[in-house]
Design a binder for this molecule. Structure first.
Ligand SMILES: Cc1cc2nc3c(=O)[nH]c(=O)nc-3n(C[C@H](O)[C@H](O)[C@H](O)COP(=O)(O)OP(=O)(O)OC[C@H]3O[C@@H](n4cnc5c(N)ncnc54)[C@H](O)[C@@H]3O)c2cc1C
Length: 391
């Protein structure tokens, strides 16, 4: 029987391993830490848990949050009740749950650090800290800091961003999203079972600058850092060019999750793409002829979400740092949400992950008349109320 080595046991590796093992392949996960509190918000969208219901239907501690407070400079705040909640996990809990599923499906799990990969006939010899393991095929799931240079995405500085924050021992009922001036990124506060994940991500800005911005925000909001633990990690954010040249698969290997750069360049959502790419990779490993696996996987990823994220990569800078109607786009977005239910619906779908970027422009154009009408009516109504109160 063929042996598949899954290098990395995060959401991408565990998901691929579960499916491969269930199909009867000898599958070994090698992870240096196994379940751990990976720096992450831990938020899972409706798109993810509606497609993979086990992400919500389980006994693992989690929070389902609907209340969301969006804020941007000069536009104040807007409170939105999400129609479809965000499910928020501690990564220790989420990773543990996914690894247990892989194990129950028959995957072997070893706590091992992978040091290198060498060709061994048609297969691989994997060097680990304690010895060597031979495998016929490798699934590369070692995350954004993949140490294996010859496989997986080759990141350039433009294709990544920093994401850092604090786990704060506190509680709140709602999600906060704060946009900041000239930042291609945002601050989030995600309530989790037992603590808050407070973080910031941003492109083209140093970790120190991001940390300063975040700490200023936390001080303003009274989020105490005294007993909070700091975290930081790299977040893939491929530019359009990065997507086009992405090294997703090769002879005898296939990359999943962050090791393949599969993160939404606008929202930073990576958990869905980790699970989804693990699923698609396992389908390819199970069904295709060896010579066709790599090309077939590239096509599947491109069709499934790659084209959409490539398009999203082109939008990201304009969305966070662009201007519209004499104001910054994030501030105008909040102004529009305050005044137009139609515009709110679009934002609801973006939050749920069900609005593809490729169709966003057309949907905005289709709705432009209603949106503008609603904004105008809300503006006139406000004026009327104000003049009534004055008189
Ligand atoms: C601060 C931050 C906040 C985020 N918030 C969100 C969010 O709210 N929602 C969302 O959807 N996404 C979020 N993301 C993205 C998300 O965390 C990733 O996309 C997701 O973890 C990718 O899963 P993965 O399995 O590909 O990689 P990882 O989760 O990074 O797993 C990789 C695994 O490989 C192992 N490994 C690495 N090297 C070796 C080696 N040499 N030998 C053995 N094992 C190895 C590691 O121990 C790890 O377990 C966030 C990311 C960051 C950095």
């Amino acid at each position: 029987m063929k042996t598949i080595a899954v290098l990395g046991g995060g959401p991408a590796g565990a998901s691929a391993a579960e499916r491969l093992a269930r199909a009867g392949l000898k599958t070994i996960i090698l992870d240096e830490k196994l379940a751990w509190e990976k720096p992450c918000g831990g938020g899972i969208t409706y798109k993810a848990y509606s497609q993979y219901p086990y992400l919500i239907e389980n006994d693992t501690p989690k929070k389902l949050v609907t209340d969301t407070l969006l804020a941007a400079p000069k536009s104040g705040e807007f409170k939105m009740a999400l129609h479809r909640p965000l499910v928020i996990y501690s990564r220790l809990d989420l990773n543990g749950m996914l690894l247990r599923r892989a194990e129950a499906a028959g995957a072997e799990i070893e706590k091992e650090r992978v040091l290198g990969l060498e060709r061994n006939g048609d297969g691989w010899r994997i060097r680990t800290r304690t010895g060597r393991i031979d495998a016929d095929y490798c699934v590369i799931a070692t995350g954004a800091r993949n140490p294996l240079r010859e496989v997986g995405t080759q990141y350039t500085a433009q294709d990544t961003m920093y994401a850092l924050g604090y786990w704060v021992p506190s509680d709140q009922a709602h999600i906060d999203i704060q946009f900041l001036p000239n930042l291609e990124g945002y601050i989030w506060v995600f309530p989790r079972a037992g603590h808050l994940s407070v973080g910031i991500c941003g492109k083209s800005e140093s970790a120190q600058c991001l940390r300063t911005r975040l700490e200023r925000y936390m001080d303003e909001k009274g989020l105490c850092r005294k007993q909070a633990k700091f975290y930081g990690h790299m977040l893939p954010a491929l530019e359009s060019r990065g997507w086009r040249n992405n090294r997703l698969a090769g002879e005898g290997w296939i990359a999943v999750g962050d090791a393949g750069g599969m993160v939404d360049p606008i929202t930073g959502e990576g958990l869905y793409y980790a699970v989804r790419s693990g699923d698609l990779a396992s389908q390819v490993v199970l069904s295709e002829e060896p010579a066709e696996k790599a090309e077939r996987y590239r096509q599947m990823i491109s069709r499934d979400f790659g084209m959409d994220l490539t398009y999203g990569a082109g939008l990201a800078k304009r969305l966070f740092c662009g201007a519209i109607f004499f104001g910054a786009v994030p501030s105008r977005m909040i102004d529009f949400m305050k005044r137009s239910p139609k515009f709110c619906e679009i934002m609801q779908d973006l939050f749920a992950g069900t609005q593809p970027y490729l169709e966003l422009k057309n949907r905005l154009l289709r709705n432009v008349n209603t949106t503008l009408h609603e904004i105008l009516m809300s503006f006139l109504f406000r004026k009327l109320i104000l003049s009534e109160t004055r008189s």
